[in-house]
Design a protein around this ligand. Sequence first.
Ligand code: ADP
Ligand code: F6P
Length: 322
Amino acid sequence: MRAVNRIGILTSGGDAPGMNAAIRAIVRKAVYHGLEVIGIERGYLGLLHKEFRPLSLGSVADIIHRGGTILRTARCEDFKKPEFQARAMENLLEAGVEGLIVIGGDGSFRGALALARRGMPVIGVPGTIDNDLAGTDFSIGFDTAVNNVVDAINKIRDTATSHERTFVIEVMGRTSGHIALHAGLAGGAESILIPEIPYDIDDVIFKLERGINRGKLHSIIVVAEGAASGIEIGEEIRRRTGLETRITILGHLQRGGTPTALDRTLASRMGAEAVELLLSGETNKMVGIVAGEIQASDLSKAIEQKKGLDREMWELAGILAI
Ligand code: ADP
Ligand code: F6P
């Protein structure tokens, strides 16, 4: 006897490149094991409105390379209320769903836990460009977002060099600095401002002037949105140094585009593992990747614990920008 025969999938919160590869892996692994799969559209909003459709092998053909999510996603405030969670649970039971896989970030996992408390087996698959979930080294979409940012830095660097300008580039990440740190290191930024480590504007300006004194033609400063406003940092630099400074807020282009090979393989491995976990009767787990190995941790840990940031990497970026 297996633990489930029909499972549901939904994507929720901010979309992330690689979510489609995860959906594909879940559907194909489930079909391989003879399970039925119900796709729930528009996250918890669609769950409340019974926006269900069966997913077959064909439904997930030709999506592995596409950004976004074919199931679409939404933010649904109502779902935070117990009466709406009760209705969602009724809808799942009515559709014969015996286990649910939620692809999203910490908010989405809070929603999943609310359903788990009402008796639905749930497994979380980390899908967020912010990479802010404890229990996994990487979440789906992070690598693509970092590559998007590095691509933008490369382009901005051409202009920065030609015009001998200072550029402040604000990146996403909500309250975490993982995107800024990885893209800043890979993009050769002079300074990287992240929420996890308090910044000192005097130090940022010192590094800028040190670079100019040794003949650097341009400077790139990466600011995580959770650390400071790129506009304010840029204006302060301009005011205090008189340097020609430009500000770029990269915004949602960071979240789009075809997923990298790394995100596709991660999503495929995580999606398949989520099905394995439901099949073996597990619940309240999040699939993660730790030191290259796929493993499960408690879903509550992903929500309650703050994911650490690699301070040594941040220090290295500072040393290499000398
Ligand atoms: P992410 O999953 O990317 O962190 P959000 O924080 O926007 O994105 O959460 C996505 C959705 O998850 C919310 O719109 C809501 O429907 C649901 N959600 C968030 N927090 C809770 C909560 N405390 N209880 C129940 N559902 C929640
Ligand atoms: O969580 C992903 C993310 O892109 C964050 O980095 C950013 O702060 C937020 O979502 C933006 O949300 P929205 O797409 O609703 O503007």
